[in-house]
Design a protein around this ligand. Sequence first.
Ligand code: ASP
Length: 358
Amino acid sequence: MSSQENTSENSPHILVLGMGGTIAGLASRPEDKPLEYVAGQVEVGSLLAHIQSAVPEGIQLVSRQLANINSCNLTEALLTQLGEAVREALANALVTGVVLTHGTDTIEETGVFLQLTCGKYAENLGKRVILTGAMLPANAPKADGPSNLLDAIRWASTPIDDCPGGIYAVMDGRGCMAMDLSKRHGSALNAPIQASPSSSVGLINPSWLSGVKAVQALWTEDWPIPKEGEWPWVEILTSHAGARPETITHWLNSKVKGLVLAGTGMGSLHDAWRESLVAAVKHGIALVRTSRTGAGEAQANLPEKDIPGCLASGSLSAPRARIALQLALNAEKQAQTAGKSLTWQDFFARIAVLPVIR
Ligand code: ASP
């Protein structure tokens, strides 16, 4: 992990962590082909230098480069490093808020990861962690990164009404809980936020804010961050026309600890999978059922009875349910080591019932 820090770190500051992405990307022909670019090329310190004159007076910024990747290559080891860096930053009395620049491809996974491992901590400390990214590379004529980064810095640093500490995201002038951020369009500038319950960052909407508070009231305890190399192996499998049992049986003799099943509609699974799913449960593989539609909820025993042992994901999309299941399996292992008889289902149920912000 490389780090780059400026001289403000001994006074109150916003810590800006860089993970890469399109916000740090460069196109070779930005004028006419801005979408032909390489993500993760520009250091986060340079992104800040570019917007320095627009940063409100009195805000001190410190930057730290955690990685500079295309987030389609995000690893679990990097999530561990990021979670630890965020916790360390939150614990530092001189850090008043945290901004994270991240690729939008997997910002959905990172958003839910940080909520489940650091969300309560940030809320209790009254500090905001704001994730942001961009859909156009840094050197594109209409680059959206600078305004997103400025919005994130302003939101992390200013007391906007009574918006509590927590893990949020901002894109295209709108803010949401980071666990609600979902990229549901390949290229639109508002792609990561258009399907997410959000509010204008300049004028927080009271009904959105009350939704945030309802989620935070039920999220009472953060889960442990898995150590590098100790993330349980969980795969996502999609149900579709012509599904085959082999898609499931393939995993029975592997080291897979969990399967997230992205079903059709409300999370329906092809009958061709039924027997092999029962066998998977017998093999000790954790099963979570979600919807491949990208929106809506998968609820227990709807429309049909669940296979015993398979949990519905609530409003979690497949990528989010995968991270949540990994963290729940890890939490189960740690609880059992500590002599508590909590299961992954006990942990997972806590997130699957969080209210949906409308
Ligand atoms: N592939 C890029 C990434 O996720 C896309 C982006 O940042 O918008 O790093």
